[in-house]
Write a protein that binds this ligand. Structure first.
Ligand code: ADP
Ligand code: MG
Length: 240
């Protein structure tokens, strides 16, 4: 589904991504973990071309990332992204937030887009919030709307960049539960998270990054029970 080969990225003098090689298979859940500043967000952002790369290649579904125009809009629709800070449109209702992309990018007829949006709201447990505005929802509810909005585009891949980091503790699980259901249903997912319990339960592979490099890749039980590198051991000792 995603193939990343030899990717390098600099911000001025900072070498933010160093020779990154990573593939994500269809239906696979890859959890990216690592210290702050290690390049996790930058790597995610390169996959839907929110960041360009200096060297290397990235393909999604076998195709190189398009540079611009309608092809780029389609790529971004194919690669759903949920960020730490819920980026819902404040002036639109929940239903309008979810149907905007399908109507504008996928050219779905409005009635059909709304029907699908209501199904997705049901799925994330927010069937009664279609007409609410984002400001009337809790953080956990807003994040679940953001997930529904991504799903409304029928993405090939969903990326989550610390989707629960800005949430009050009691709201974290309602979002992780939705993500875990998605994983179980076979969605291909790349997830940056500090929720190690989620990583252990939902990941097929854990990718540990530090200093712009992929340091260790392993199935979750192996990674958490028997990390191979000193950097991963050190990181886990601090967070667990
Ligand atoms: P993580 O998500 O693992 O915390 P990031 O990918 O956000 O790490 O950042 C990796 C490094 O790149 C950090 O040192 C960060 O300060 C730097 N960085 C990220 N985005 C930019 C940017 N747009 N301009 C300059 N430096 C950036
Ligand atoms: Mg980040």
């Amino acid at each position: 589904m995603v193939s990343i080969q030899g990717v390098n990225k600099h911000f001025g003098n900072l070498h933010a991504l160093k020779d990154i090689d990573l593939t994500v298979d269809d239906g696979e859940v890859v959890v990216l973990i690592g210290p702050s500043g290690s390049g996790k967000s930058t790597l995610c952002r390169t996959i839907n071309r929110l960041e360009t790369v200096d060297a290397g290649s990235i393909t999604v579904n076998g195709k190189p990332l398009p540079a611009e125009g309608r092809a780029l809009a389609n790529l971004r629709a194919d690669v759903g992204m949920v960020f730490q800070h819920f980026n819902l449109f404040a002036h639109l209702t929940v239903l309008q937030n979810i149907t905007l992309g399908p109507i504008k990018v996928r050219r779905t007829p409005k009635a059909k887009a709304e029907e699908r949006a209501r199904q997705l709201l049901q799925r994330v447990g927010l069937a009664d919030k279609a007409d609410a505005f984002p400001s009337q929802l809790s953080g956990g509810q807003q994040q679940r709307v953001a997930i529904a909005r991504g799903l409304a585009m029928d993405p090939k891949l969903m990326m989550f960049d610390e989707p629960t980091s800005a949430l009050d503790p009691e709201m974290i699980n309602e979002v992780l539960d939705v993500m875990q259901d998605l994983a179980r249903e076979g969605m291909t997912m790349v997830v940056v998270t500090h929720e190690m319990g989620f990583a252990r339960r939902a990941a097929n592979r854990v990718v540990f990054m530090a200093d712009g490099q992929i340091v260790e890749v392993a199935p979750p039980d192996e990674f958490f029970d028997d990390p191979k590198t000193a950097r991963a051991q050190d990181f886990l000792a601090k967070v667990m």
